[in-house]
Design a protein around this ligand. Structure first.
Ligand code: SF4
Length: 253
């Protein structure tokens, strides 16, 4: 399924893969898990069996689906788009065959007019895969990892060691201080508090720490949201203004 996105830092989501399993604490209130349950209830074939009810919430079953039919979607978009790849999964989940990732890579290579944002909570596996010769560095593909607290700071090292044109970090949902992070060679940092009924709080101090880290090494700083139960009310103003910085795009060809 492809759809225009409400996410502040992208235009459209593209989901050649659906389904996942939780990795770390940042996954606890996974939006994709809730959305997959909703899509299953609506009868959307691709999402059947991806989640099950557990108490008062839905959780992943562990089933991961690859969707060959979705692969052609970007080839049909005429005007350039910024595309968030796999908002309903994690492309570097161990259940996704490397052959299928190669197909996704081929589509992205064939559509240089689009900019792709690939985000994972499994950057060590991403590093292994993207180090293979069949995965050339593509200047229109940004690779990123999510970092929710200091327990997963090693993801940044894996990202840094991964061949890529642009590297970014999504500090969302930020549920702990990451003041010890090293952002050297990281092009872009997105910061956001958790939203939804079970949102965990994000003190302003944690956001300030990340902005300082960005300024030290020249990483672009994007403040997405404060989050909370009603993210429209809390908004996305930080220190009296919005921060929508984007990375400097380098050409690698
Ligand atoms: S890795 Fe992403 S899609 Fe998978 S459970 Fe965690 S938050 Fe959800």
């Amino acid at each position: 399924m492809t759809q225009m996105s409400k996410i502040e830092w992208t235009d459209v989501t593209w989901n050649p893969v659906a389904g996942c399993t939780v990795a770390t604490a940042g996954c606890t209130n996974c939006y994709a898990m809730r959305m997959a349950a909703r899509l299953e209830a609506m009868g959307v074939e691709k999402y059947q069996g991806l989640t099950r009810k557990s108490g008062d919430r839905y959780v992943w079953t562990g089933k991961v689906v690859t969707d060959d039919n979705a692969l052609s979607a970007p080839l049909k978009w005429r005007s350039p788009r910024t595309v968030f790849v796999n908002s309903m999964s994690d492309m570097f989940h161990p259940a996704v065959p490397i052959d299928f990732i190669a197909k996704v890579w081929a589509v992205m290579q064939a559509t240089p007019q689009h900019t792709y944002q690939v985000l994972t909570k499994r950057p060590e596996h991403m590093r292994e895969v993207l180090s293979m010769p069949e995965f050339p560095i593509l200047s229109n593909v940004w690779i990123g990892t999510s970092v929710e607290d200091s327990a997963v700071l090693d993801r940044i090292d894996s990202l840094r060691a991964t061949p890529g044109a642009i590297r970014f970090i999504s500090f969302e949902p930020l549920i702990g201080s990451v003041a010890a992070a090293d952002l050297t060679s990281i092009d872009w940092a997105i910061v956001g508090g958790e939203s939804g009924p079970r949102a965990r709080p994000m003190p302003e101090e944690w956001v300030e720490e990340i902005e300082d880290l960005c300024r030290e090494v020249g990483t672009a700083f994007f403040f997405k949201q404060w989050g909370g139960r009603n993210k429209k009310l809390t908004g996305r103003t930080f220190k009296g203004r919005t921060y929508d910085e984007m990375p400097n795009v380098r050409c690698v060809s």
